[in-house]
Design a protein around this ligand. Structure first.
Ligand code: CP
Ligand code: NVA
Length: 307
């Protein structure tokens, strides 16, 4: 793995190896052990869009590993406007050891990776959010879920997070069912990738059928960043896809509720469900830190023996 642009860059074994490394990093952190395997390394963190979790977990993660992070706003550096994306990639590669970028177009992240000579990590694009899905499945792995028998129901928009979850779910052997209104299905190319990986995937318009017997219920905002102009029509299209207590009752009594956050409370999810006893959203958010530290260590060749 040279870059981490998509969960399709992983194999089952790479993912499981990252989970074990993330668990080790988490345990060492909780035990108060400090070490600096990425001492003297520098990461450029580029943001074309807003962020809380990704910004803080990457910046804090680099610092905890002994490195430094440089925060760059896409608009300020003129990514693709003041200067072409390949030129930005070539220049950054002269000064930093790794690049993380949150971008509008997935083509921007693939162009950065093609022209950079250092590892590039996708911190969310319009097509994928691989760091989120890695942290999510790490969270389920920590909780001891059996991926081979697990049914994960995605309720709502077939969006970037959904895509990364679908692909990683397929790699790990989970069964994924996506419930979405017509016209909001996951990308056809991502569906093809999932099927090529032998993934068990269903797409349905029926949220209750999707939730029935699910071990995990996952939802995300109906209007992602960059889609604000479609907000009104999306609110209407998704009105029957709210993750509320009635829908949760169709899932297994042990079912867990996931959301990548930020949540639009009262739209895709109710307060009662988001804050309820099945919700593991804060575990997901915490695990972004540990999972991404594992990714940075692997990509930069830092050894766990250096910890
Ligand atoms: N889940 C997530 O990526 O959160 P931010 O948009 O706050 O980074
Ligand atoms: N689908 C959301 C995820 C935010 C972390 C978005 O792209 O805005």
């Amino acid at each position: 793995m040279r870059h981490f642009l998509s969960t399709a860059d992983l194999t089952r074994d790479t993912a499981l190896g990252l989970f074990a490394l993330a668990a080790d990093l988490k345990q060492r952190r909780k035990a108060g052990q400090h070490s600096e395997p990425l001492a003297a390394k520098t990461f450029a963190l580029i943001f074309e869009k807003a962020s809380l979790r990704t910004r803080v977990t990457f910046e804090v993660g680099v610092i905890q590993l002994g490195g430094r992070a440089v925060h760059l706003v896409g608009r300020d550096i003129g990514l693709g406007t003041r200067e072409s994306v390949p030129d930005v990639a070539r220049n950054l590669s002269l000064w930093v050891d790794g690049i993380m970028a949150r971008v509008y177009s997935h083509a921007t992240i693939t162009a950065l990776a093609r022209h950079a000579t250092v590892p590039v990590i996708n911190g969310l694009s319009d097509l994928e959010h691989p760091c989120q899905a890695l942290a999510d499945f790490f969270t389920l792995w920590e909780r001891g879920l059996d991926f081979g028998t697990m049914r994960l129901a995605w309720i709502g928009d077939g969006n970037n997070v959904c895509h990364s979850v679908m692909i990683l779910g397929a790699l790990l052997g989970a069964s994924i069912v996506v419930a979405c209104p017509p016209g909001y299905e996951p990308d056809a190319g991502v569906q093809a990738t999932v099927r090529r990986l032998g993934g068990r995937l269903e797409i349905t318009e029926d949220a209750r059928a999707a939730a029935t017997g699910a071990d995990v219920l996952y939802t995300d905002v109906w209007t992602s960043m960059g889609q604000e102009a479609e907000q009104e029509q999306r609110l209407e299209a998704f009105s029957r896809y709210q993750l509320n207590e009635t829908l949760v009752d169709f899932a297994k009594s042990s079912a867990l509720v996931m959301h990548c956050l930020p949540a639009h409370r009262g739209e895709e999810i109710t307060d009662a469900v988001l804050d309820g006893k099945r919700s593991i959203v804060l575990e997901q958010a915490e695990n972004r830190l540990h999972a991404q530290k594992a990714v940075m260590l692997r990509l930069l060749g830092g050894s766990v023996d250096d910890l």
